[in-house]
Design a protein around this ligand. Sequence first.
Ligand code: ZN
Length: 359
Amino acid sequence: MKTPEFPIFLPDATHGAVRSVSSSDLIEAKVEGVVVNTYHLADNEQRAKLDRTGGIKNMMDFQGFVASDSGGWQLFSLIHRRGKKEHITDEGVVFDSDEGKKVIFTPEKSVQTQFSIRPDMMICLDDFTPPEADSKRVRESVERTILWAKKSKEEYLRILDEQGIDERKKPLLLAVIQGGTDKELRKYCAQALIDIGFDAYGFGGYVVDENKGLDMEISEYVAELIPDDTIKFALGTGKPYDIVRLSDMGWDIFDCTLPTRDARHQRLYTFGNKPAGHKDLINPDIFQFLYIGKQIFKEDNRPIDELCDCYTCTNHTRAQLHNYFKTKDSMALRLATIHNLRHYTKLIEYLREYKHGSN
Ligand SMILES: [Zn+2]
């Protein structure tokens, strides 16, 4: 088990790969870790492949920090799209697959799959609290999340014992704190999970404020519920400016599909100025972006961001990238993704250098 330096940003490697880039591109962009999706790796064929190769790091040829999610998010999205919420039970998740048969995904199955993935950090299956949930549903999701975390921990300990994995090599186990905007339930959930005991705790559910931004009050409240000697993972959050604010609250790990997805949609990040201290990072104006497809970049021979040291900015101009997108050259997605990932890892470097509380 490998503990990374914090804070850290983990891009999303959905099918065991970050879309459009190779593992050497990830290293070049100074990406230190990724999140892989358990749901896509849970079928027998994928698990057999993982067991054969010795885990996802070997499959990806990437030796950085790897966290595996529980698979819950994909399952709940699937259920939500099909309107079959009733298929979540205390036992696990029951749903109709594309073949029409019912499949049960349980907290235990999630842990078993994650042992095949062999990540540095595993995440317990939780009952995601939907943003529109009424108080009864919020309470239910909290109770079920605690129950599933308990079952996950038991299965985790059982497999550690069965496989003879010692203390130094065991993966970290994270439990997710649910409860929506209800502070009492968040506190109750956090305390129950702390009583069971985990290496890390995650911020569950995407809670938005009246401006549709991340609810910073709840984010800060939940951060304070988690003991400082454990790892705090702000699951699924990752707009650059949000990362700064969440990091100041004590959150250690961020993951988000945004930089890679935005890259594919021609939205590229830049720093307005080179930050000279923490006070520059908490100025939202420093976080800018451009749409490389716009005509104004057709003959722009500058790099995407003159402050960026990534492979793309070192070797290609805005005009070239504009043209690659226009002609649908596959280079476009790769170069744009490399740049956006480097923007995030650079932000993380600034956060490590300019600590909260300094100038
Ligand atoms: Zn760049």
